[in-house]
Design a protein. Structure first.
Length: 333
């Protein structure tokens, strides 16, 4: 899918992050030179927006695909990217701890090679699939999506990946499939948060979508960001990105994808269904029990530059509205 022209989901001029968040051209040229040497970052005329991003170390299957990426296949208008350092250092990934800096601090212990994903349930072609085989049939796209956390902060991130619908079609869902259940990696020896006696989560982390949501063109499987592989703290090596929903729906480090007949009980819904509903669509009219959802803090921000903007229904992705026609979004939150 190619979405290039401004649409209802395009950012407004007032949303644009100040120019000061961009780094200098000189730093960009230095980073691009390093990318040329390692073959990990794309080199393009407009790549100043990748300034300051260190070249990564992509696995061979990803490095082979970087030269064929469809860049900026989806964009949020003129909205500027959140700096890479913020995207990779301010995260929720409770398997590694509850503080925002814990994932970046501890997720390096997660072993992401080799990686296998089990596809099962109501499909004609079930079975375990090595990640490189799972990704091989797809041409990767760069999709620049807004990410809105239920905690009322937000980012704009350039993901690399492919549409979830393509993966599901290859598995050939049966007529009984109504939902998609996702499960994260569980490796207690590598995950301090899982071993913590203070954790209330019944591991592994589970999320879910209705099948029609999962088949929507905007639902995305990410294997990279900022033109390089996913850092562990951002959900390496495979994560879901559902841009019209709160961020906790975009499950990280996926090891199982199941097509099921009944609605799966998801992790946060199980913990507090009155706060974290199954649908979790971004909605400024439905507050969290402990805070308003009418506005959000766009990162980067500070005490003297809070960068507070209005939140939009479906995070501004109005093209998904038809999925919820006739549904009471206050009841089915």
């Amino acid at each position: 899918m190619l979405i290039k022209s401004p649409s209802a989901s395009a950012a407004r001029e007032c949303d644009v992050t100040p120019e000061s968040v961009y780094l200098s051209r000189r730093r960009f040229m230095a980073g691009a030179a390093g990318a040329l040497a390692l073959g990990s970052l794309p080199v393009r005329a407009d790549n100043e927006r990748y300034a300051g991003v260190e070249p990564g170390s992509p696995p061979g299957w990803l490095a082979d695909k970087l030269s064929q990426v469809q860049w900026q296949s989806v964009t949020p208008g003129q909205e500027a990217l959140t700096p890479y350092k913020d995207v990779t250092s301010y995260n929720n990934f409770y398997e590694f701890g509850t503080s925002k800096g814990d994932p970046a601090r501890y997720a390096g212990k997660l072993e992401v090679e080799p990686w296998t994903v089990l596809v099962d349930g109501e499909v004609a072609k079930p079975g375990p699939v090595a990640l490189e085989r799972l990704v091989q049939p797809h041409r990767l796209e760069e999709r620049i999506y807004r990410l809105r956390c239920v905690e009322a902060w937000s980012m704009v991130i350039p993901w690399l990946g492919f549409p979830l619908a393509e993966l599901l079609k290859r598995a050939e869902p049966t007529g009984n499939a109504r939902y998609v259940r996702f499960e994260s990696r569980l490796a207690p020896e590598q995950m301090a948060g899982v071993r913590s006696g203070f954790s209330l989560i019944d591991w592994p982390y589970v999320e879910g979508l209705r099948l029609d949501e999962a088949m929507h063109p905007l639902a995305f499987m990410a294997v990279g960001l900022y033109g390089r592989e996913l850092p562990n703290q951002n959900g390496a090596p495979l994560r879901l990105v559902v841009p019209w929903k709160y961020g906790f729906k975009s499950i990280k480090s996926i090891v199982r994808i199941s097509l099921v007949a009944g609605r799966p009980r998801t992790t946060w819904e199980s913990l507090a269904s009155d706060e974290y509903g199954f649908f979790a669509n971004v909605n400024p009219q439905v507050d969290h029990p402990r805070w308003s959802q009418a506005t959000e803090r766009r990162l980067p921000n500070s005490l003297f530059s809070p960068n507070v903007i209005d939140t939009r229904l479906f995070n501004g992705y109005d093209e998904v509205a038809s999925l919820y026609s006739g549904l009471d979004l206050r009841k089915y939150y």
